[in-house]
Design a protein around this ligand. Structure first.
Ligand SMILES: Nc1ncnc2c1ncn2[C@@H]1O[C@H](COP(=O)(O)OP(=O)(O)OP(=O)(O)O)[C@@H](O)[C@H]1O
Length: 366
């Protein structure tokens, strides 16, 4: 469904400054996959999505989306995909239902079909009560559901979602996901979904595959479970008296599956904790305790935690993704954000609400 080869994007900001936003991304996404692209602020996620949705041209490399080259057949790509950008439906005085009908017509549906599709989407995305209200009166969660409805108006086989749930409270996030997942399987062939998110739990729970991007490059690409098992491992924390910490650390070093061992000061004076990264925490712990017992080492506390995707990122980069969550600028992964210097390529059917304003609509409809 998506195949990119060494895709790059440079933004020339001034005569002396070029931002290398994407530095050679090659990836394949198969039909029906639900893929999350994770990375800190400024990693190049949105820029990649904007290239794949034909909103900006790549600097070099190639990308095939839904069977068409983004550079040579952007019209075909746009007809096949849905795109829900970050901007959202802010301030529009259009009624919800009218907006869906207009978007349907932009995609070439006749008025009657556009109306019936709008009615379907209003119901499917739980917007019945809001259908005849102005968009500007909707709550954040309702607006995001409308954004998704707009992205789906022409029944695309591939949907791009750029940070769909950013800014929503946990209840609204869960609700939006419920709708996305329902819409995904509503079609005869499961829709392919590629999304960017800052929410690690979201990527972990819903995505079948996680692509980790940093500094414009893919640094890991696998299922969340595989990433966690291969790149982080479980954390076994054992409490022990200070005099036994070295002996326990040595036992842990020798245990099968151990990847690293660290001795830290414990909560109580004189106590230590031995932190063991291991492939299989629950499996390794009984043997560790037996070996400790046999060596006369008393373990006072045992804790086993499964890794998170943040542990994966930390392992890969030495930085935490959590430090660069939305609303926390100045994170280690952030590169200076500058005003856009490039106008998106010409308009045409694309369902990104944030990328198609009323002027664009008129041009498309004309
Ligand atoms: N139009 C532009 N002109 C100049 N630089 C840009 C432009 N768009 C993006 N950049 C820069 O390219 C880099 C990648 O930005 P991008 O928006 O793709 O990151 P991101 O991973 O989506 O970040 P976030 O999670 O904050 O949305 C950043 O340094 C950004 O400032």
């Amino acid at each position: 469904m998506i195949r990119t080869q060494a895709l790059t994007k440079d933004f020339v900001v001034s005569r002396t400054r070029t931002v290398h936003a994407v530095r050679g991304i090659s990836l394949d996404v198969e039909p029906g996959e639900l893929v999350a692209v994770l990375g800190p602020n400024g990693a190049g996620k949105t820029t990649t999505l904007r290239m794949l949705t034909t909103l900006i041209p790549p600097t070099s490399g190639t990308a095939q989306v839904a069977g068409y080259d983004v550079a040579t057949r952007p019209d075909r790509v746009r007809a096949a995909i849905g795109y829900v950008g970050q901007g959202g439906a802010g301030g529009a005085s259009q009624l919800v239902r009218d907006e869906l009908v207009t978007q349907g017509e932009i995609y070439g549906l006749d008025r009657r079909t556009a109306r019936s599709r709008a009615a379907e989407l209003v119901e499917a995305l739980d917007l019945t009560e809001q259908a005849d209200r102005k968009i500007e009166s909707l709550s954040g969660g309702q607006k995001r559901r409308l954004d998704v409805a707009v992205g789906l108006v022409h029944q695309p086989s591939l949907l791009f979602l750029d940070e769909p749930s950013t800014g929503l409270d946990p209840h609204n996030r869960a609700n939006l996901w419920e709708h996305i997942l329902r819409m995904r399987t509503a079609a005869a062939e499961p829709m392919t979904i590629v999304l960017t998110t800052h929410y690690l739990d979201e990527a972990d729970t819903f995505a079948e595959r996680v692509i980790v991007v940093d500094h414009g490059q893919v640094i890991a690409d696998a299922t969340a479970d595989a990433l966690k098992a291969e790149l982080a491992g479980d954390l076994v924390t054992l409490g022990v008296a200070a005099k036994h910490a070295t002996a326990l650390a040595a036992i842990a070093e020798r245990a099968p599956g151990t990847r690293s061992v660290r001795v830290e000061a414990g909560a109580a004076g004189g106590a230590r904790t031995v932190e063991i990264r291991t492939a299989d925490g629950p499996g390794a712990t009984p043997e560790l305790l037996r070996a400790a017992d046999a060596a006369g080492v008393t373990v006072s506390r045992v804790d086993v935690t499964r890794p998170t995707l943040d542990d994966v990122f930390l392992n890969l980069t030495g930085r935490s993704l959590r430090e660069s969550s939305p609303g926390e600028p100045g994170s280690p992964g952030e590169t200076p954000r500058v005003e856009p210097v490039e106008t998106p390529v010409s308009t045409g059917p694309t369902s990104g609400r944030s990328n198609i304003d009323s002027t664009d609509k008129k041009e498309v409809l004309a």
